[in-house]
Design a protein around this ligand. Structure first.
Ligand code: LLP
Length: 384
């Protein structure tokens, strides 16, 4: 993936640095749209995975809609080419200002997560003199078999409306005149690699959809969220996720009624593999039972390994020496600031450049300035 001129460029610019391969991004988007297009499915890219303007502009130019979880994400979507009527807005804790922004711009749907939120939106609509299309985010109680921090479709999670509340939600809906029920929304978790999970999701969605239709609510939209995982172990061999199998499951199993349309909210699957965090080795330190490669990127630049114990492949781009094992760690004052343990790399020296792979999703968007560190810069393949 890293041609010589790219590595030379890394050598000339300050690190740490997020590098994005736009050819791979474009190829991934095309495949995703192609496979979804076979079934007439609609896509809303989840901005939380990566909201760099350049990346958003490429995705919106290809015709995807947007899935947002904050007022600022709604703003970023609008500013970077996503049409308002293709934007959905979810989240358990939306402020009144964020809701007003969404209402003002007439987005496709506010994905509502509680009865109280329905009342608040109805009240805002009354004061603004308009009506709001909403979708109900429902808990299907399907286990995503992923890390517990990114599991969202179970009764114990804070997201969405519980099955035993469905009756009272509909009763409430009948009394709130400013709300128009447009869709049913589900999202069960992220980095899902066992595709059978999506089969279980389809079964539950069919049951819940049938129940709503029985109650007299045939919604235009069924939105099954995101969650398709990527292969962190093989960023080059499996650079594009298996969209074909993923969408086929829904094409085969989801039972849409009347003019219902199926919508998705992929985030990670679109952007993870096109990004790498490029970092320089500052020091190599011998320690008890190990050897530390101390790099200039920290957990503030990429928190996934510390937060979810997640694996990212790490490569030395500049050394061809004999293979040895290193714990690759950052400079932040926390022992959790570790990108990988016992990483096998050619002999690694001060000044070497390392690539921490598959960091296009939930890398830059989750960065912080902890320890008052600067935020990592970014570099795109079309700038080389
Ligand atoms: N839709 C909703 C309502 C979501 O909450 C999410 C992700 C997505 C779509 C996109 O899911 P994806 O296709 O990217 O799996 N920071 C974590 C991931 C958190 C995901 C939160 N919700 C990580 O780094 O693994």
């Amino acid at each position: 993936m890293f041609r010589t001129e790219i590595i030379e460029k890394f050598g000339q610019v300050p690190t740490p640095l997020y590098y994005y391969d736009l050819d791979l991004l474009n190829a991934t988007i095309s495949r995703c749209l192609l496979e979804a297009g076979r079934y007439g499915f609609h896509l809303h890219y989840a901005l939380k995975a990566n909201s760099n303007p350049k990346i958003l502009q490429i995705i919106s130019a290809n015709g995807m809609g947007a899935d947002c979880v904050s007022g600022n994400e709604v703003r970023a979507a609008l500013e970077n080419g996503f049409p308002a009527d293709q934007i959905v807005f979810a989240g358990v804790g939306k402020t009144d200002d964020e809701l007003r922004l969404a209402l003002k711009h007439g987005i496709q749907s506010i994905n509502v997560e509680s009865i109280q939120e329905m009342e608040v939106i109805n009240g805002l609509c009354e004061s603004m003199g308009l009506k709001s299309p909403i979708s109900l985010r429902l808990i299907p109680n399907v286990d995503a078999h992923t890390h517990r921090y990114i599991t969202t479709g179970l009764e114990e999670n804070k997201f969405g409306i519980l099955p035993w509340q469905f009756d009272s939600v509909l009763e409430k809906l009948r009394s709130l005149e400013k709300l128009e029920l447009k869709g049913l929304h589900f999202h069960i978790g992220s980095q899902i690699t066992d595709l059978d999970v999506f089969k279980s999701l389809c079964e539950r969605v069919n049951e819940i959809n049938a129940w709503f239709i029985e109650q007299g609510y045939l919604t235009d939209i069924i939105n099954v969220g995101g969650g398709l995982g990527v292969d962190y172990g093989k960023p080059d061999k499996c650079s594009i996720p298996d969209f074909e199998s993923y969408f086929r499951i829904f094409g085969d199993l989801i039972e849409l009624q009347g003019r219902q349309q199926l919508h998705f909210e992929p985030g990670r699957a679109v952007v993870a593999q096109c990004g790498s965090l490029i970092t320089r080795v500052l020091f190599v330190k011998e320690a008890v039972n190990t050897r530390f490669a101390i790099v200039d990127a920290g957990m503030n630049d990429l928190i996934r390994p510390a937060l979810y114990q997640s694996y990212h492949k790490i490569e030395n781009l500049t050394s061809t020496g004999e293979k040895r094992k290193y714990d690759v760690v950052g400079p932040v004052c926390e022992s959790s600031d570790c990108f990988g343990k016992s990483v096998v790399m050619p002999e690694t020296l001060r000044g070497d450049l390392l690539a921490i792979r598959s960091t296009g999703a939930y890398g830059q968007t989750m960065a912080s300035r902890y320890n008052l560190r600067d935020l990592a810069a970014e570099l795109y393949s079309d700038e080389i």
